[in-house]
Design a protein around this ligand. Structure first.
Ligand code: ATR
Length: 283
């Protein structure tokens, strides 16, 4: 029987996941389907039950269901439980198992593109303390960072997230409005706030000043392909990386969990860049 997979979210119209997974299934010689489902919060439990009963192979979960889905799954992997969010579900032996590949996807995007930086245990400043920031912060704290400081507009949330990171490495919670002059202290500065997300092309969470030339500036946003945050860093001559590699790596990790196969992420980056360019969201 033909296997099927999907993604649930609200909104879901603009997701690139179906294109990515269908391409990988085809490349692997599999006839599996991958569909996008618009599911609102009040229908979440019934949608999950329905997909299970109808024999879905697995699915991705996106905003706003990543935390809300947890009670409706049969098992939650340790990493997803630590993060408090699920973005990938595997249906195996009649059980739905929740994973989180967002943080690991971001980690992989750094490790594959900047292996030396990752190896030498960098000090990291993460901007933001929402759901996406939590996945990135805890994963980097656990696997890569020498220290990770969290800066957020709402200071209490930064303090809470840095407290969780301290299980793995030193971490301090900072006020977002006070970090602009401190950027020189860090090897990597990451924007994990929603500031600068399309169509807001001009806002940046911080003014970039007082940096070292080699500090890497990363954004988890891929639309626009260069946020105002990344454009400032690029102008200063610093290396930059946007959210597209993270999107692809988190998808690749989900694909691996469903099929046991490693998809070609380099080819996918070119493909998605072309697609975004065609929609005039590319660089
Ligand atoms: P996501 O799931 O995308 O992480 P979220 O959980 O709503 O979304 O988190 C959004 C993040 O962007 C938060 O860190 C938020 O800061 P607050 O905790 O203070 O709300 C941050 N953010 C959103 N708009 C912002 C703005 N205009 N300036 C600075 N930070 C902003």
């Amino acid at each position: 029987m033909r296997k099927w997979y999907g993604i649930i979210g609200d909104p879901i119209e603009h997701t690139l996941s179906p294109m990515m997974h269908e391409h990988w299934f085809k490349k692997a010689g599999l006839s599996s389907l991958y569909l996008a489902f618009h599911v609102n919060r009040s229908q979440l439990a019934r949608a999950v039950e329905g997909m299970k009963v109808l024999g879905i192979g697995g699915f991705n979960v996106t905003v706003p269901h990543k935390s809300a889905i947890i009670p409706f799954l049969d098992e939650i992997d340790d990493e997803a439980r630590m993060i408090g969010a699920v973005n990938t579900v595997v249906h195996a032996n009649g059980r739905l198992i929740g994973y989180n590949t967002d943080g690991t996807g971001f980690l992989r995007s750094l490790v594959t593109r900047y292996p030396k930086l990752a190896e030498r245990k960098p000090s990291v400043l993460l901007l933001g303390a929402g759901g996406a920031a939590r996945a990135v912060a805890l994963t980097l704290a656990k696997y890569m960072a020498l220290r990770i400081d969290i800066a957020n507009r709402t200071l209490e949330k930064a303090i809470r997230l840095s407290g969780a990171c301290r299980a793995f490495c030193p971490s301090e919670g900072l006020d977002l409005s006070e970090v602009s002059g401190l950027l020189y202290k860090y090897d990597i500065v990451i924007n994990a706030t929603s500031t600068g997300l399309y169509p807001d092309l001009d806002s940046s969470p911080v003014r970039i000043e007082n940096t070292r030339k080699e500090t890497l500036f990363a954004d988890i946003i891929y639309k626009p392909c260069r946020t105002a945050f990344l454009r400032q860093a690029e102008k200063k001559g610093n290396p930059i990386i946007n959210g597209l590699p993270m999107l692809i790596e988190q998808g690749a990790l989900a694909f691996e969990k469903w099929t046991g196969l490693k998809p070609d992420t380099g080819e996918m980056e070119n493909l998605l860049q072309l697609t975004l360019k065609r929609k005039s969201d590319g660089c």
